[in-house]
Design a protein around this ligand. Sequence first.
Ligand code: NAX
Ligand code: K
Length: 480
Amino acid sequence: MRYGHSVEAVRRAEGALMARVPEGALMQRAAAGLAAAGADLLGRVYGARLVVLVGSGSNGGDALFAAARLLRRGASGTAVLLAPERAHGEGLAAFRAAGGRVTGADGGAGVIAHADLVLDGITGIGGKGGLRPEAEPLARAARESGAAVVAVDLPSGVDADTGEVHGPAVHADATVTFGTYKPGLLIDPAAERAGALRLVDIGLDPAELGTPALEALQHADVAALLPRPTGESDKYRRGVVGVAAGSRRYPGAAVLAVSGALRGGAGAVRYAGPGGAAVLARHPETLVSTGSPHSAGRVQAWVVGPGLGDTAEARTAVDDALAADVPVLVDADGLRLLTPEAVRRRTAPTVLTPHAGEAAALLGRAREEVEAGRLRAVRELAARFGATVLLKGSTTLVADPDPERPVRVNATGIAWLATAGSGDVLSGLTGSLLAAGLAARDAASVGAYLHGLAARLSEVPLTALDLADALPRAWRNVSE
Ligand SMILES: NC(=O)C1=CN([C@@H]2O[C@H](COP(=O)(O)OP(=O)(O)OC[C@H]3O[C@@H](n4cnc5c(N)ncnc54)[C@H](O)[C@@H]3O)[C@@H](O)[C@H]2O)[C@@H](O)CC1
Ligand SMILES: [K+]
């Protein structure tokens, strides 16, 4: 598992550790890790040209000490001081002693143009708001130069706790972060500014960090959660997933949701609705009925919504599924037929899987607002509906109705997933994991993980059916 902790938690753990170690020791650990990452990126340190962007806090101190280490290995460097009177004194002294030159913000763009490596030490976890006006041209110059841009702890200008970006921010090729990941490094739009992530252990005590704000499953976590048949399993004990999707108008959604469901580990898939003929043509193993979920027979979880349309039958399908005392996943058209009260009344878990536009409609807000503040939106939806909410996007988030539990973030997705029907496959897959017995947030986060991985393992441009076909490869990939 990869964890992200809030700034408050980091400050608390750092404070406790600082009381136990000699003054300056943490900054030296940070600087050593940062210098090592810089050296790896450069390949050859001797003769490399460095530029250090230095703000007024300890983030600049880290950058200056790291640069001093690289200068002692034969690099040359210039520090661009954004607040000359407030730059980290000891860091600056070490940098000068190692032969570093110093300039003001005005001289920055010129040196950046010839740099091999730019260290962004403008702000870290102490930063508020976007970059200040004097820093903006430097961030732009860094991005336009051929230099590798390494953010120190965080790309300056992004919000560490939420992943929001208020105004201009540094765009890094890599970020070297200290002690623990910060939520902003894992959630878009900030995550996209961070580039490749590298975590440097500075000795923070996990007990002092406390419960993370965010967690991201890794291969081993997913492998441990995947349902596996045992010697005693039969198809019913493995779980039956019901799919109420598709309509006369959109029969394809039925086929795609069933495709995902067949690859999610349940023992059998029941389909209920008007798309049965199309489903059987592609998946003869499906148990098909034409009525609503109520008359479809026993299942351990329902998936309702993809391609349902907004007819009376669609409404009945959603109401029927919600009335069943089993986990229910509601997606796409189904989301438009929901009320928070109907979801809150349920005792079995409910999973909602909106994309940003659907989430915006549920919250009564603009889509851009949801995209800019994904963490806030997913938490708010989970609280309002008392449901597990999977907010789709480049960094998919899964929030539990219990606000104390960390939000899960999935980073396996790729841009090619934005293709028609891809969400239908995800619904079927996640519903199948629910039917196989996974808890709601595990089913949602494992579903998102496998779905993204399947995309990575597919030929591109990919189609939704390719994704379903690639799921066994994703399954194998995490299990190996
Ligand atoms: N506290 C610790 O024990 C350690 C801290 N470390 C580093 O210290 C950083 C935190 O240091 P600080 O608390 O000094 O905070 P920062 O260095 O992140 O920034 C705070 C300073 O920036 C100014 N500032 C705030 N928003 C700004 C903006 N938008 N534009 C320009 N300036 C802005 C503030 O006035 C303040 O002077 C971490 O991110 C990490 O890099 C590391 O050295 C490891 C140890
Ligand atoms: K930074």
